[in-house]
Design a protein around this ligand. Structure first.
Ligand SMILES: Nc1ncnc2c1ncn2[C@@H]1O[C@H](COP(=O)(O)OP(=O)(O)OP(=O)(O)O)[C@@H](O)[C@H]1O
Length: 634
C-alpha cells in the first residue's frame, strides 16, 4: 500500500494539518508501507530472533515448549487417521455390537492419542508460562544496561529518545509476546501440518481444500494487525507529548506553577489538540478495521461452503468413501482451526514483532552509541594537569556550536572559576572536562593522556560533578549522599558538615534515614537550598575524586550558607581540584584562575586582579554586581 493512498484516506481534518506537521508527530514511515510479502519475509528472522532470545533466557523451557508441541502434532495425525478407521468400522454392514467391537482398537488408539496430545500440550504450556517472565526480564535488563551506558549526547537526540520510549514501553513487553506467539505459531503450524498429513494419508486430493478454507480469515487478521500498528506508529510521538502534558497537569511538582501562571487553559488547549489528533487516527483505524473484518468473515463463509460442495462432489463421484469423507470433515475442521489460529498468531507475532523489531533496532543503535572501550585502557591517576585544547562542541541537532575553539588549563589543587552570562557555555565546558561529552574538535588531556584513552567509569570515579540541575533522587538522605559508594559513617558526617547538609539532617525526624519523596508514605520534601546542600555533600563524599566540578552550587543558598560553602570549597581545594561555575562574582575573587566565557568562546582569563585591571567583560559584570549593593534605594 502506497503512503499517499493511506494519507488521502485518513480522516484527520485539513484544518489540523498545521498540527500534523508538529515536531512530536514526526515518525519513520518505512514500516508503514509493509506489504503481506514483507510480513512473510520477516517472519523467519523474527522467529529465529525470538527463539534465540528464549534460548538465552532458559534453554530447558524453550526445548520443552518446542518438543512438546512437535510431539503433540504427531499424536494429532495418529488420532485423525485412527478416526477414519473407527468410522470405517462403524459404517460397515453388520450387527451394531460387532461393528463397535471391531472399531474398539481404533477407538482406544484415538483416546490414547488425544490423551497423550493433551498431556504434551499441557507440559509445553507450563514451560511456555515459565519462559515469559524470564524473557521479559532479560529484555528489560539488556535495555537498561544499554540506556545507562550510551554516550550522554544520545539523550539530547530526539530520534534516539523516541526510539527508546518505543523500545521500553512496547518493545520490552512485546519481546515476551513474540516468544509466546512464536511457540504458538509452531503449535499452529504443527497442527496444520498434522491435519494436512492426515488428509494426505486419507486422500491426496483433499489437501488443497484446507488452504481454501482458511485463507480469507488469515488475510483479514494480517491486515487488521497492520492497521493497528500504523495507528500506534503515527501516534507514538503525540502520545509522548500527551503523557508529558498529563504529568504537567496532574503531578505535584508543577502544580503550584500551573496555578501561579494560570497555565490551565493553555495546557488543556494543548492537550485537546493532541487528544483530537489521537481520536481522529483511532476512529479512522477502527473504521478501516471493521470493514476489513466484515470482508474477511464474508469470504470465509463463501470458502467453507465451497469446500463442502467439493467434498460432496468427490463423495458422489465415488472418489472417496463415506468414512474417509467423515474423517476428512474432521481433519479439515481441525486444520481450519489450527490454520486460523496459526494465521492469527502469525499476525500477533508480526504485530508484536514490529515492536520487538523496534526493540532490537534500538538495542542495535544504542550499542553503536556506547563509547568504545579504549584498546589499552589507561588508569587515570590523581592528575597534575587537565588541559582542554581548542575544543569545539555542538549539541546533536543544534545549528551552531555551544563551544568553539576553547582552551583551558586546570592544575592540581587549583580553584578554577568559569563565569559568563547565561548560555555562554559554562555548563557545557564543565561536562566536557568531566568526560560526559566528547568534543567534535580539539582534545582534552588528563596528564597528557586523551580522555578517550580512559575507561569511562574509571575516569568518572576520579571526577565528581554537582550538576546545576542535579537530580532529586527519591531515596533516603543517606542514599542521596552516598549514592551507591561504600558507606563510611565518618566520611558521611564530614561531607554533610562541609556542605551544611548536617543542619538539614538534624531537622528531619528520621535523620539520614528520611525518605526524600513526598509521593511515598512518610516521605519528606526539602527546600531548593536544602536539596542543594545534599547535592554538594554528595560531591564532598566522593573523596576518591581528584576533580570536583560545582555547577552553581550556591544558586539556592542563603547568604550565610553561600559564604560558608565557598570557604569550605576553598579549604577543600588543598588536596583536590575544583572547577566552580557561578554567577556570584564576589565568590570567585579567590580563584586561582577565572575563565570568562562569551558566546561559546573564552573572552578573558586571569586572576581577579588581572581581569579587573583589564577592565573588560569581567570587570563590567563585577562592577555591575558590586554597585547593586551601593545604589541608594529610590
Ligand atoms: N542539551 C542541549 N541541547 C542543545 N543545546 C543545548 C543543550 N544544553 C545547552 N544547550 C545550548 O548550549 C549553549 C550553552 O549552554 P550552557 O548550558 O553550557 O550555558 P551556561 O553558560 O551554563 O548557561 P547558564 O548560565 O544559563 O547556566 C546554549 O545556547 C544552550 O541553549
Amino acid at each position: 500500500m502506497r503512503l499517499w493512498r493511506r494519507r488521502r484516506r485518513t480522516s484527520v481534518p485539513d484544518d489540523r494539518s498545521g498540527l500534523v506537521a508538529q515536531y512530536w508527530e514526526s515518525h519513520d514511515e518505512h514500516l508503514l508501507t509493509a506489504t503481506l510479502g514483507t510480513i512473510a519475509r520477516r517472519l523467519p528472522s523474527l522467529v529465529a530472533a525470538a527463539l534465540r532470545m528464549a534460548w538465552q533466557a532458559s534453554p530447558r523451557d524453550t526445548a520443552v515448549a518446542l518438543a512438546g508441541n512437535l510431539a503433540a502434532g504427531v499424536f494429532t495425525v495418529f488420532g485423525l487417521v485412527a478416526t477414519s478407521d473407527v468410522l470405517a468400522s462403524l459404517l460397515a454392514a453388520g450387527p451394531t455390537l460387532d461393528r463397535v467391537w471391531t472399531a474398539l482398537p481404533s477407538l482406544l488408539l484415538v483416546a490414547a492419542a488425544t490423551g497423550l496430545r493433551g498431556a504434551l500440550l499441557a507440559g509445553a504450556g507450563w514451560a511456555q508460562a515459565r519462559l515469559k517472565p524470564l524473557v521479559e526480564r532479560l529484555a528489560e535488563t539488556r535495555l537498561f544496561e544499554l540506556t545507562t551506558r550510551v554516550e550522554l549526547a544520545a539523550f539530547d537526540d530526539h530520534d534516539f529518545h523516541n526510539a527508546m520510549r518505543r523500545a521500553r514501553d512496547s518493545g520490552v513487553p512485546d519481546t515476551a509476546t513474540v516468544v509466546e506467539t512464536t511457540i504458538a505459531v509452531v503449535t499452529g503450524a504443527v497442527g496444520v501440518l498434522a491435519s494436512a498429513v492426515a488428509l494426505g494419508l486419507l486422500h491426496p486430493i483433499l489437501m488443497p481444500l484446507l488452504l481454501v478454507a482458511a485463507v480469507p480469515a488469515g488475510w483479514a487478521a494480517v491486515r487488521m494487525a497492520r492497521l493497528g500498528y500504523q495507528a500506534f506508529y503515527r501516534l507514538s510521538a503525540a502520545r509522548r507529548r500527551k503523557f508529558m502534558l498529563s504529568d504537567l497537569m496532574a503531578e505535584r511538582q508543577p502544580a503550584a506553577e500551573v496555578r501561579a501562571f494560570t497555565l490551565r487553559d493553555f495546557l488543556l488547549g494543548q492537550y485537546a489538540k493532541v487528544a483530537d489528533l489521537e481520536q481522529d487516527v483511532q476512529l479512522d483505524v477502527a473504521r478501516r478495521r471493521a470493514a476489513t473484518k466484515a470482508g474477511g468473515d464474508l469470504l470465509t463463509g463463501v470458502a467453507t461452503a465451497g469446500v463442502y460442495v467439493v467434498l460432496g462432489v468427490l463423495l458422489a463421484g465415488g472418489v472417496i468413501p463415506l468414512s474417509v469423507a467423515g474423517a476428512a470433515v474432521l481433519a479439515i475442521r481441525t486444520g481450519q482451526m489450527s490454520l486460523t489460529a496459526l494465521i492469527q498468531t502469525m499476525n500477533r507475532l508480526y504485530e508484536a514483532g514490529l515492536y520487538f523489531g523496534d526493540y532490537l533496532a534500538f538495542c542495535e543503535s544504542a550499542r553503536e552509541r556506547v563509547p568504545p572501550p579504549p584498546a589499552t585502557p589507561a588508569e587515570p591517576a590523581p592528575f597534575r594537569l587537565l588541559t582542554a585544547e581548542n575544543i569545539t562542541f555542538t549539541y546533536p541537532g543544534a545549528d551552531r556550536p555551544a563551544l568553539s575553539g576553547v582552551s583551558v588549563t586546570v592544575g592540581r589543587g587549583e580553584v578554577i572559576a568559569l563565569v559568563g552570562e547565561n548560555g555562554s557555555g559554562k555548563t557545557t565546558l564543565a561536562k566536557l572536562l568531566a568526560g560526559l561529552y566528547r568534543p567534535q574538535e580539539g582534545t582534552i588531556r588528563w596528564d597528557g593522556v586523551d580522555l578517550g584513552a580512559f575507561d569511562g567509569d574509571a575516569l568518572r570515579r576520579r571526577i565528581s560533578v554537582i550538576a546545576q540541575d542535579h537530580t532529586r533522587w527519591p531515596l533516603t538522605v543517606r542514599e542521596n549522599i552516598v549514592m551507591g559508594h561504600p558507606l563510611e559513617e565518618d566520611r558521611l558526617a564530614a561531607a554533610s558538615a562541609a556542605a551544611g547538609a548536617d543542619e538539614v539532617v538534624a531537622r528531619l525526624p528520621d535523620g539520614y534515614d528520611a525518605l526524600l519523596d513526598r509521593r511515598f508514605r512518610g516521605g519528606h520534601d526539602l527546600s531548593g537550598g536544602q536539596w542543594q546542600r545534599i547535592a554538594v555533600a554528595r560531591g564532598f563524599y566522593r573523596d576518591d575524586a581528584a576533580l570536583v566540578i560545582f555547577d552553581e552550587p550556591t544558586s539556592a543558598l542563603d547568604a550565610r550558607a553561600e559564604h560558608a560553602l565557598f570557604e569550605r570549597i576553598r579549604g577543600h581545594a588543598a588536596d583536590r581540584t575544583i572547577v566552580l561555575i557561578t554567577h556570584r562574582l564576589a565568590s570567585v575573587r579567590y580563584a586561582d584562575r577565572i575563565y570568562v566565557l562569551d558566546g561559546g568562546a573564552i573572552a578573558e582569563q586571569g586572576t581577579h586582579a588581572e581581569l579587573m585591571e583589564r577592565d573588560g567583560l569581567y570587570a563590567g559584570l563585577y562592577e555591575l554586581q558590586a554597585s547593586a549593593y551601593h545604589q541608594p534605594v529610590p
